[in-house]
Design a protein around this ligand. Structure first.
Ligand code: ASP
Length: 592
């Protein structure tokens, strides 16, 4: 019997340096590459900590050399050898271990490997479904390892920061009664109460509020949230939030905390100094200036309103729109006056996708030539006013859109983003944070002809708008806020309602009667009867923040085992059908 299971490592591949020269070491790892050169075999051995070169010499040890000839990529091996300095011209400055190599003395092949379906290296051009099916191989690639490393460091920074701020990390249940966050629930059938179902939490919202009633004062959780929704917009059915709730606070206490947390995270993980305080923009300003409630402020191209000027012109189309209560707004496309007819038509095609008739272009040609269908209907003075409003100069193209403000703004917002990308105006090295505040409390759901909460129904109206709740609820602003990073909503939160009566009233406005409220949220309403403190919170979305830090477009790149866009796991095959027998125990029958 062998005295040991295998040659266990005394050093990690990536940590060997010139100081180790002359030492005998044992390393364990995967064969990254084998090269046969000039009668020698070179093996790059890889572990989590890096790569080191091992040399096999046929004259020194023919038997060992023969063994090395069998090595293939991704074999797992243990090698004992002596660290030596690489000859001058073979040094590799791209590698931490590039000054040294190991001359092998002994080797154990711990496991073999099939040829992987893709090469284990960065920048591979492989279908994502293959990467997800063989995620364990994908995760061996250096950039995935780096993403996982950064994810760990970010979570650790969050924990350290919040611990230092006196927060308690508290776990809340996964099997719960549904919490409305605006998406569909994932349901879990109960065997013991057959016919009844738990829901997986869309967020720990009600539990964190109840923890405030419990006197915990400062709670956080790295919380998994489950939402059964459309996955197109780079969402995942399960994702992670840094869930936070605090008592005896006002909005600015929470925003300040979120700001400090981000600052700490970026400094510790990236060594990057974020400028604080983050800019704050009211929801209304965000919509007016950027046409979206999560503006990407890494570039300008803000929306400009020229309704007043347009009203003075003889351009009948605009005048009709304005008389009907509409507006004329637009954006300036810098240095695009030379666009061909076809390119300008493409801009119109773009806005038509969203229901607009097309854009009205103004090209500022050489010598102050105002080339536009508007030209004949405007005086020189009006032309000058328009140019000034856009702060435009010769060579710029202005794209105008006419219609109702809430129709025009989001379309211009989309055009702005599209053109910002096309014209390469976005500085990808920036981290532009901002808070959007003063969201509307409700919105009108046209399809279902009813009022819905804009955030969630536990959000408090702004104190100064309380008087409008009964008379004009759609005018009420909420004490709700989002944190935005580079055009992504990376956190949302609010000051909560902590009075039973107000909570019931808000639920009633969104169509939940007093009886239904008692039935669905009775536990929360009852808790409010026992000294609920004023409280509020925020929930930064961890995956998106990490993706931005890692410079990735999709959160799937920073989640170890994500689902694909169809909600499937290509590695395990989930979701799967369940045998009738197992369903029978749950008293469930699947309709074919
Ligand atoms: N629970 C909310 C969400 O998941 C965030 C919050 O209000 O804290 O969006």
């Amino acid at each position: 019997m062998k005295a040991r299971a295998f040659l266990k490592r005394t050093k990690k591949c990536g940590e060997l340096r010139i100081e180790d020269v002359g030492n005998e070491v044992i390393i364990n790892g995967w064969v990254n590459k084998r090269r046969d050169l000039g009668g020698l075999i070179f093996v790059d051995l890889r572990d989590r900590f890096g790569i080191v070169q091992v040399v096999f010499n046929p004259t020194e040890n023919p038997e060992l050399f023969a063994q090395a000839e069998k090595l293939r990529s991704e074999y797992v091996v243990a090698i004992k050898g002596v660290v030596g300095k690489r000859p001058g011209d073979t040094r590799n400055s791209n590698l931490g271990t590039g000054d040294i190599e190991i001359t092998a003395r002994e080797m154990e092949i711990l496991n073999t490997s099939k040829t992987p379906p893709f090469v284990i290296k960065d920048d591979i051009k492989v279908d994502e479904s293959l990467r997800l099916k063989y995620r364990y191989l994908d995760l061996r690639r250096p950039e995935m390892l780096r993403n996982m490393y950064l994810r760990h460091k970010i979570v650790k920074a969050v924990r350290d920061f919040l611990d230092n701020e006196d927060f308690l990390e508290i776990e809340t249940p996964m099997l719960i009664r549904a919490t409305p966050e605006g998406a569909r629930d994932f349901l879990v059938p109960s065997r013991m109460s057959a016919g009844k179902f738990y829901a997986l939490p869309q967020s720990p919202q009600l539990f964190k509020q109840i923890l405030m009633v419990s006197g915990m004062e400062k709670y956080f959780q790295i919380a998994r949230c489950f939402r059964d929704e459309d996955l197109r917009a780079d969402r995942q059915p399960e994702f992670t939030q840094i869930d936070i709730e605090m008592s005896f606070v006002e909005r600015d206490d929470i925003l300040g905390l979120a700001e400090r947390m981000m600052k700490f995270m970026f400094k510790t993980v990236l060594g990057h100094d974020l400028e604080t305080p983050f800019p704050r923009l009211s929801w209304e300003d965000a919509m007016n200036r950027y046409g979206i409630d999560k503006p990407d402020t890494r570039f300008g191209m803000e929306i400009v309103d020229v309704t007043e000027i347009a009203a003075k012109t003889d351009f009948q189309v605009f005048r009709n729109v304005i008389e009907g209560g509409g507006v004329i707004k637009g954006i300036k496309l810098p240095s695009c006056a030379g666009y061909s007819r076809k390119r300008v038509d493409e801009l119109s095609e773009f806005v038509k996708k969203y229901g607009a008739h097309g854009i009205l272009p103004i090209a500022l040609k050489e010598g102050g030539n105002f080339k536009s269908p508007l030209a004949k209907a405007t005086t020189d003075e009006q032309k000058r006013e328009i140019i000034e409003a856009f702060d435009a100069k010769e060579g710029d193209l202005i794209a105008l859109l006419a219609g109702k403000a809430d129709f025009v703004l989001p379309i211009l917002g989309k055009l702005r983003l599209e053109m910002g990308n096309q014209l390469d105006l976005i500085d990808k090295s920036k981290f532009n944070f901002l808070f959007v505040i003063d969201f509307p409390m409700f919105h009108f759901n046209e399809e279902e002809n009813r009022i819905d909460s804009e955030h969630h129904p536990f959000t408090s109206p702004k104190t100064e708008d309380m008087h409008l709740i009964d008379t004009d609820p759609l005018k009420v602003k909420a004490d709700a806020y989002d944190m935005v990073l580079n055009g992504h909503e990376v956190a949302s939160g609010s000051i909560r309602i902590h009075s039973k009566d107000l909570q019931k009233k808000i639920l009633e406005i969104i169509g939940i009667s007093s009886e239904e409220a008692d039935q669905r949220f009775g536990f929360l309403l009852e808790a409010f009867d026992y000294g609920a403190p004023p409280h509020g919170g925020i929930a930064p979305g961890l995956d998106r923040i990490i993706a931005e830090i890692c410079g990735k477009n999709t959160i799937r790149e920073v989640i170890a085992f994500p689902k694909n866009t169809a909600g499937d796991c290509p590695m395990t095959g989930a979701p799967v059908e369940i045998e009738d027998e197992q369903l029978g125990v749950l008293k469930i029958k699947v309709k074919k």
